[in-house]
Ligand binder design. Structure first.
Ligand SMILES: Nc1nc2c(c(=O)[nH]1)N[C@H]1C(S)=C(S)[C@@H](COP(=O)(O)OP(=O)(O)OC[C@H]3O[C@@H](n4cnc5c(N)ncnc54)[C@H](O)[C@@H]3O)O[C@H]1N2
Ligand code: MOO
Length: 414
């Protein structure tokens, strides 16, 4: 029997993700990575700080360090020395004395406050006495030892995807390299007799293969090691052989196309013969015929061939699989409320991921409208959009002025 476009009993997206979470566990391989090369890698172990950051109390300003209580009695102190960042003052500050101090220099023993130099007057040349126009509290302009990170504290948790700020944070605790999860190996397969690579001349009935380019780029952006198996013809034997080869080498095999109910849609049959289907058909639009299962060795995701469907299912279903496999702390997509700028058509039965353009008006309010034709073959709808308009599975059409949910594309980036 041929399934109709909105067959009842499709698996809601949240349940599909739960089913994946139930069976997938993180791979165990890890490797050492120099900090300079670690951007985008996923931490395999918690990092504990061996030091305080900053290591010592130090000055936040160029100025003078003194005993704050002295400036309750007098406005002028004797200048007894200098503290530079990296070259501390070797003496002890006594009552009535002050020390010239630079930003980052260790607070001299005895001193308990710093006054920035703009709030002082140098009385003689060379300077022997400093007059103060600010009367500080204890701790003024002092950065305390350990105020950023305490010795023994967890700096970053296992599963953190390292971003530039994390790298500086790790360097600040003196870590030169980190244990990261090894790259997930992903095999990429496009299926379809009609597909030819860009650079060739199209014969009658052929189209340029395009899905692999976005999928490859998104996999690389995640930090996966991609093994590209190219375009495979719609023949059971060819598909079977390619899947077997990919299964031997990969943690995850991704195919696109051939997963629906047509006479040349063999992907599910191959999955059934080489492994097992966990689920097939999800209640999202586009992307309904998405299939998930296990081959002998690798996990398997069968993405629909329509270009927008393959893109959307990658972001909504495959990306979470990559996070699960790499033990990454899940990165829930940002959902914002926006006002529909126009009526939006929607048929109940599947959750829509319409491609939209949001804008912020002069009062800061967010508005959104669908971007052009919403067909699952219309790649320009996604290429020129900046968000998904997410309409719930049971919802119908939405009237202009209603509140809808959006997922900005920037929040889906790694
Ligand atoms: N009778 C039914 N027909 C269809 C149903 C259904 O429920 N009943 N579902 C439709 C939906 S929804 C989708 S999505 C598609 C998915 O089908 P397949 O995954 O089998 O994909 P193909 O048939 O192989 O291709 C669909 C479309 O996309 C083009 N394509 C495929 N691969 C690529 C590629 N790598 N680069 C560019 N374009 C590609 C292909 O030429 C087709 O035009 O099924 C519906 N049918
Ligand atoms: O579910 Mo399909 O709408 O063409 O992607």
């Amino acid at each position: 029997m041929i399934a109709s476009c909105d067959t009842p009993g499709l698996l809601p997206l949240s349940q599909a993700l739960d089913k994946m979470r139930d069976v997938i566990s993180a791979i165990s391989g890890q490797e050492q990575c120099e900090l300079m090369q670690a951007n985008g890698r996923i931490l395999a172990k918690d990092v504990i700080s061996a030091v305080n950051v900053p290591p010592s109390d130090n000055s936040a300003m160029d100025g003078y360090a003194m005993i704050a209580a002295d400036l309750q009695q007098t406005d002028t102190l004797e200048l007894v020395g200098t503290a530079f960042a990296g070259i501390p003052y070797s003496g002890t500050v006594q009552s009535g004395q002050c020390v010239r101090i630079m930003t980052g220099a260790v607070i001299p023993i005895g001193a308990d406050a710093v006054v920035m130099q703009e709030n002082t007057v140098t009385l003689n040349e060379p300077a022997k006495h400093i007059q103060f126009t600010q009367f500080p509290k204890v701790g003024n302009s002092i950065r305390n030892a350990g105020e950023d990170i305490r010795q023994g504290a967890v700096v970053l948790r296992a599963g953190t995807r390292l971003k530039p700020a994390h790298l500086s944070l790790l360097a600040s605790v003196g870590v030169p390299r980190v244990s990261v999860v090894r790259k997930i190996k992903v095999g990429l397969i496009a299926t379809g007799d009609e597909l030819v690579s860009p650079g060739n001349t199209l014969q009658s009935g052929q189209i340029f293969e395009s899905n692999r380019y976005a999928l490859h780029a998104m996999l690389e952006a995640f930090g996966a090691h991609v093994i590209d198996f190219g375009i495979v013809e719609d023949k059971l034997g060819s598909l079977q052989r390619t899947f077997e080869k990919a299964d031997e080498q990969c943690d995850l095999v991704l195919s696109c196309g051939g997963v629906s109910v047509g006479d040349a849609d063999y992907v599910k049959d191959v999955l059934q013969s080489l492994g097992e289907v966990n689920f097939w058909k999800v209640a999202i639009k586009p992307g309904k015929p998405f299939a998930f299962g296990k081959l002998a060795n690798a996990w398997f995701c069968g993405l629909p061939g329509n270009p927008v469907s393959s893109y959307v299912t990658f972001e909504q279903l495959v990306k979470p699989v990559l996070e699960m496999l790499s033990g990454q702390i899940p990165n829930a997509p940002l959902i914002l409320a926006a006002t529909a700028d126009c009526d939006i058509r929607k048929v109940p039965g599947r959750a829509d991921y319409q491609r939209g353009i949001y804008r912020v008006d002069e009062t800061g309010q967010l508005f959104v409208s669908p971007n052009g034709k919403q067909g699952s073959g219309v790649m320009s709808s996604i290429a020129h959009a900046n968000c998904y308009i997410v309409l719930a599975q049971d919802a119908g059409s939405v009237a202009q002025g209603s509140t809808v949910h959006i997922q900005p594309f920037t929040s889906l980036a790694y």
